[in-house]
Design a protein around this ligand. Structure first.
Ligand code: GLN
Length: 265
């Protein structure tokens, strides 16, 4: 723990515990119940390697290969963004806004967290997921299989490969970080997470500028657009959906505006 603290890792104890549990192939609760347990040599070796990686800034989730999202465990690799808790709001908003059976596409699915959660929470929906990264699609498809979620995957640069123009929903947590923010970002994010999934031009809006008109093309009239966005982007994003109906902005648990909903006119 002191090693991690000294290396500037936030929440050093929690990180140390998670990595130790990973080395022991057990739950964190196990070693609280068995404080007398000694580590075998092989476990020390693994734990040491994990601590070393973590001190170099590698996110704990890429070391354990796991992240929980919407109550399920997803496999994550450095090919995909680590799902964030605030993105659960996006899933919830879509479930609420589309109560009837619907055809939905998740754009830039990454680990597949959004698409898989939607497919499992609302089995009456037909869920598609696209990503420009083949490596990410492999991770997402692996998660769908492991969690038994009926999601159809395809490689696509945003919605360019989607021909169906009668969709009920387009959902996306696209890259939205400003390029200029890189120097002030946490090293765990900047140095380890895929830049393709993070950065979107000097204002972080480049992907929205392309995605919103493409969503208008594939959605049927009244279809739902649901987007996650970053700190301070609500106003600019609202301008980008000028002409859409029932535009709503929702805040995350930290009170930060985070989700935009709109209906195609
Ligand atoms: N929420 C992520 C972060 O700021 C960014 C995710 C994204 O660009 N979609 O770390």
């Amino acid at each position: 723990m002191q090693l991690l603290e000294g290396a500037g890792v936030i929440e050093p104890r929690l990180n140390a515990e998670v990595l130790l549990a990973h080395a022991l192939h057990c739950e964190r609760s196990y070693f609280f119940a068995h404080p007398e347990q000694e580590l075998r040599e092989i476990e020390w070796i693994h734990y040491g390697r994990y601590l070393n990686d973590r001190m170099k800034g590698k996110p704990t989730q890429y070391i354990t290969g796991r992240q929980e999202f919407y109550g399920r465990e997803f496999r994550v690799t450095p090919d995909v963004l680590i799902p964030r808790p605030e993105t659960e709001h996006l899933v919830e908003a879509v479930l609420h806004a589309l109560p009837q059976p619907a055809k939905i596409v998740d754009v830039g699915t990454g680990s597949g967290a959004i698409a898989v959660s939607l497919a499992l929470e609302a089995p009456h929906h037909k869920v598609f997921a696209v990503d420009i990264s083949l490596a990410a699609l492999k991770v997402a498809a692996g998660n769908a299989t492991a969690l038994e979620a009926p999601v159809s995957f395809a490689a696509s640069d945003l919605l360019t490969a989607v021909a169906d123009c009668s969709l009920d929903g387009v959902v996306s947590n696209p890259p939205y970080v400003c390029d200029t923010e890189a120097p002030t970002m946490q090293r765990e994010v900047r140095d380890w997470e895929p830049h393709l999934a993070l950065f979107a031009g000097i204002h972080g809006l480049d992907i929205y500028r392309r995605l919103i008109p493409e969503a208008a093309r594939v959605l049927k009239s009244g279809g739902l657009l649901a987007l996650e966005f970053g700190f301070g982007q609500a106003e600019a994003l609202t301008e980008l959906v000028a002409g859409w109906r029932d535009v709503q902005i929702r805040s995350d648990l930290a009170g930060i505006p985070r989700t935009l909903l709109g209906r195609k006119p």
